[in-house]
Design a protein around this ligand. Sequence first.
Ligand code: SAM
Length: 320
Amino acid sequence: MLIDGHNRVVNYLRISVTQRCNFRCKYCMPEEQMYIHEDKDKLLTFEEMFEFCKVMIDEGVNKIRITGGEPLLRKDLHKFIGMLNNYKSGLDLALTTNAYYLPRLAKPLADAGLKRLNISLDTLDKHKAHMIARKDVLPQVLKGIEAAKKVGLGIKLNTVAMKRVNENEILDLLEYAKGEGFIIRYIEYMQNSHATQSLEGLKSEQIQEIISQRYNFTSLGKAPSSPSEMFELEDGYNFGIINPHKHDFCESCNRIRLDAQGLLIPCLYFEDGRNIKEAMSQGDIQKATEILRDVLKNKPEKNKWGEDEASSRAFFEVGG
Ligand code: SAM
């Protein structure tokens, strides 16, 4: 079993398989960073990732989320999913994506054993989507969502709630999600040095205020081991609000992160990590396991958001 320095059991691994992204979302990436060069030799191969995942699965990890950058840019991702699924059936295998490549990839991913998707959808307006992603993406994204639904993948929508950007679409997005049978979760915008600085997020209370203009709802409290608070409308539909700034999720945090180059990171908002690439490329599982134990020992008790130790790492580097 994997237990960190504060006696929390870690059973959830998030893997960023690439930093590259085909979108340039204003809340995530700087405009000038139009091309991200990723040195292939420095990336963990899927075989190396898989060997490391085996150690973690043997130690009790039962949930793995693949993220990025845009994870669907990494070639043969479905084969990696298949390797994990064949190693242990019943693993909760999930993916966070912008959905752009799902028209082509939803089926091979589902066939390989992927269970669930979190899809980023900030607007239903084609022009606004273009403005946010700096690319005309919405028609293809909606086709991707349709393709994923068709092959039976579980779908949650993630929406970064921003003043004067999609503030007037909070209810439209809720109606869309409700109509499609998806849970929608509004994410409070997290200010960071890579985003367009003029953006301003909506706070949980402001999102609730907008939804209350049409619906009565009650809080169901925190989802287990998650920064998301869940709410229920009178008709039984559930939606969530992710407030990443709060500390109240930290005491039940069960996750650890691995980036595409092998950096093992104990918390999204923490600069220190240790790299397993060298150990894994030499097939030195024992060394990689030692590094894992060390990182677990140093997992901070609470996230350092807003404090001096907060990470300057971008969300596209580690997966948000
Ligand atoms: N490309 C994939 C996607 O679009 O979902 C995965 C990577 S993306 C970095 C993961 C999540 O981080 C997305 O849901 C995105 O909305 C969220 N995210 C990125 N920057 C953010 C910010 N500044 N504040 C809040 N959420 C952010």
